[in-house]
Design a binder for this molecule. Sequence first.
Ligand SMILES: Cc1cc2nc3c(=O)[nH]c(=O)nc-3n(C[C@H](O)[C@H](O)[C@H](O)COP(=O)(O)OP(=O)(O)OC[C@H]3O[C@@H](n4cnc5c(N)ncnc54)[C@H](O)[C@@H]3O)c2cc1C
Length: 304
Amino acid sequence: MDKAAVAADLQTLLKQPVIIDSPMSKHTTWKIGGPADIMVFPTCEEELCALLPRLKEQGISWLVIGNGSNLLVADKGIRGVVIKMGENFADSQWRGLTVKASAGMLLASLALEAAERGAAGIEFARGIPGSVGGAVRMNAGAYGSNIGNYVIKVEGVDYDGHRLSLSGSELNFSYRDSSLFGLDAVVTYIYLQLLEGKRDEIMEKMKEYQQKRFLAQPLEYPSCGSVFRNPANDHAGRLVEMAGLRGLRIGNAQISPKHGNFIINLGGATAQDVRELISEVQQQVYEYSGVRLEPEVKMVGDFD
Ligand SMILES: Cc1cc2nc3c(=O)[nH]c(=O)nc-3n(C[C@H](O)[C@H](O)[C@H](O)COP(=O)(O)OP(=O)(O)OC[C@H]3O[C@@H](n4cnc5c(N)ncnc54)[C@H](O)[C@@H]3O)c2cc1C
């Protein structure tokens, strides 16, 4: 791919500058990842309707990201185009307890807005550092709830540039999963129906959840949150800890001494370090308990 020529062509469709060889370590909470060939920052749905068919015509692969808080990007980076849904696509419109939020909005900001309006339900989301689009795709959740419980509709744009609209029930939300994974589409807007609540009580609940996080999670280090999915009726972190793996280190990636399901970047960790650590944990947990842990984190890009 002639990156300069492709970038120049895409720039004719987009307001924000198109970036060549953008280091993905700047776009992931793990602070890991090599360069994306090309990175774009759409500002509206119309731009996506023009961009996606152009990529399809030219046979260029693409990946949409939000806040990069559930991604392990390869050290060699990502070939093709990364579509970043971020601060240029991040407003919200409220009508009573219903909100239409743009996909690039931070989930934590949406949770705070909800609290201020006395809209209950997504208190759990205040400490999740993802975008609204990434949260819906992942069905992000915590403390017994998840975003899918409140989604009434999702809008997006598909690879042909067509707008699509799916109801919450069509999205088949399940544990950290939704049918959006089967769609070649960029989520642009989500609609949530929240519950009547009291501002102070909602704020109090959020504070309680935040305190639990600060106590249990190594938030002072770059990470992707939970690396492994919890197996049925158990916790991945417990299994890692039972296998005696807290503190295990490969390169500059380490199983957090504070939380067995977090791999922290001690500074300069590579995707290869993390991958090797994930494999080591999977093997040792399997040997110790017979459970095969599955990663929750999405591994993307040019892995060998
Ligand atoms: C400290 C910490 C704590 C965390 N705690 C939790 C927690 O309690 N609960 C929890 O569920 N998760 C948690 N996470 C993980 C993560 O924040 C969530 O999975 C979050 O929903 C990911 O959102 P994102 O915008 O960062 O998505 P990304 O990591 O950017 O992408 C994740 C997936 O979503 C897709 N995607 C992103 N945006 C779009 C879009 N607009 N349209 C279509 N697809 C899209 C991507 O292609 C990718 O497949 C935590 C992470 C950290 C770092």
